[in-house]
Design a binder for this molecule. Structure first.
Ligand code: GLN
Length: 455
């Protein structure tokens, strides 16, 4: 299937940056043999998984969609990859993404964009457009994504797939190339809620190598997905977030969302309206916190430790000159823009005004969630304001690009889990729209229960 549809940067879906066909087939064969021998096998044994290229994979290149890591092969596996190997899932390869996971369209990948399988002239969302497109195009039944501000959920919405950002700390970040450490979270991309739950369970759980990993037992998301499939939501309180919808949201996206809410009502859920007055500041706060953390995290790409090195042929070249030439050549425009923004926001004279204020907004967003979850068990909204847009439409307007995540960012600021699942096709363009479910921290199981009932 990958051979048939993936093509290249010039044509085709281009979901993959690296295909590990031989390794994947070897794992699949070993599972076949084990099954024939009657050995007990984990739930996902033999089910192929594609992995976003921000996740370190031993023996497979890991570029983060950037020239600066072109050709870098990590000497170790991320914890989630280690767990997938132990679960005997064949790893199909690495999926395309916006450079360093900065973007909402994959147009910022240094290796050319991924195309939306629904319409190859349109974006598959981002930053994890490769993982979502691979699933939507039937190139992989399951894929791993990461979500810092919406990069699992928004691609799921615009490709008609299911994507979940677990509670912060629910899936280990060990071995992920960090974008913004306080926001990053890995999670599943799939074609059904139960599939997503199986991948979530296989990757998640406590990891002593990640200091922010949650201790204790993880919620049983697989049981919740099975439970929800009965379609009974009696006693579940669903909160409509007043601030996430209305102006700026495409009519067809809102229509499908309203119908999905009707389905929840018919399943027995009680639907109430809730208000989150500080969500309107969430995007602005995110674009101070994220660049600040990113500017610090990306300082390690200094031409000495990993990947690309430019300008060291001259024996007189100083380390600083090599570092500067390497970063100039290796980072794309969006990455440079955010490093500059973040460095500025963290600089001595501005720290309180920018980073400090943004952290205060973050607390207010967390309080809005706490208040809303007193009145509702899950919150719902459209996942993204529009369906997939055309290549180039927002590339020269960073603000327009940033607005794609207006509904997904609050969850990252608060660390709460979120799911996007298909709500149907918008009338204007016949393209998929998504509904987002949000739950309190460590109540990921609620997303799976309600999501499976809605499916
Ligand atoms: N689109 C958002 C951004 O550009 C989200 C990215 C992400 O979740 N990795 O920052």
């Amino acid at each position: 299937r990958i051979d048939a549809v993936d093509g290249s940067a010039e044509a085709g879906v281009h979901a993959f940056l690296h295909v590990a066909a031989d390794e994947a087939l070897a794992v699949a064969r070993s599972v076949d043999e084990a099954r024939a021998a009657g050995e007990p096998l984990p739930a996902l044994a033999g089910v192929p998984v594609a992995v976003k290229d921000v996740v370190a994979t031993r023996g497979m290149p890991t570029t983060v969609g950037s020239r600066i890591l072109e050709g870098w092969v990590p000497p170790y596996d991320a914890t989630l990859v280690e767990r997938l190997r132990a679960a005997r899932t064949p790893l199909l390869g690495k999926t395309n993404m916006d450079e360093f996971a900065m973007g909402s369209s994959t147009e910022h990948s240094a290796y050319g964009p991924t195309r939306n399988p629904w319409d190859l002239e349109r974006i598959p969302g981002g930053s994890g457009g490769g993982s979502a497109a691979a699933v939507a195009a039937y190139e992989a039944p399951l894929a791993v994504g990461t979500d810092t501000g919406g990069s699992i959920r928004q691609p799921a919405a615009v490709t008609g797939t299911v994507g979940v950002k677990p509670t912060y700390g629910g899936v280990s970040r060990y071995g992920l190339v960090a974008l913004a450490s306080s926001l990053d979270q890995a999670g599943p991309c799939a074609r059904s809620v139960l599939d997503a739950a199986l991948l979530h369970a296989a990757m998640g759980g406590h990891d002593p190598r990640d200091s922010t990993s949650l201790a204790g037992r993880a919620p049983d998301v697989v049981a919740a997905a099975r439970d929800g499939a009965t379609g009974d939501l009696a006693g579940v309180r669903v909160g409509l977030v007043r601030e996430l919808g209305g102006e700026g949201y495409q009519a067809g996206v809102q229509a499908r969302f309203a119908e999905a809410v009707d389905v929840l009502r018919e399943a027995g859920a009680e639907v109430v309206e809730v208000s989150a007055p500080h969500f309107r500041y969430a995007l602005a706060a995110y674009y101070l916190i994220l660049p600040s953390e990113a500017s610090s995290n990306l300082a390690k790409f200094d031409a000495m430790r990993y990947g690309l090195r430019v300008g060291d042929g001259d024996p007189q070249a100083t380390a600083e000159a090599v570092m500067s030439a390497t970063r100039e050549a290796g980072f794309g425009d969006e990455v440079k823009r955010r490093i500059v923004l973040g460095t500025y926001a963290l600089s001595a004279g501005y720290y309180d005004a920018y980073y400090g204020s943004a952290q205060k907004v973050r607390t207010l967003v967390q309080r809005d969630f706490a208040a809303a979850f007193e009145r509702a068990d899950v919150l719902v909204s459209p996942t993204a304001p529009t369906t997939a847009f055309r290549f180039g439409d927002k590339l020269d307007d960073p603000m327009a690009m940033y607005l794609n995540d207006v509904a997904t960012i609050p969850a990252n600021l608060a660390g709460v889990p979120g799911m996007s699942l298909p709500s149907g096709l918008a009338d204007e363009d016949g393209l998929p729209a998504g509904i987002q479910l949000l739950a309190p921290a460590q109540a990921d199981d609620r997303l799976y229960r309600v999501g499976a009932a809605l499916e």
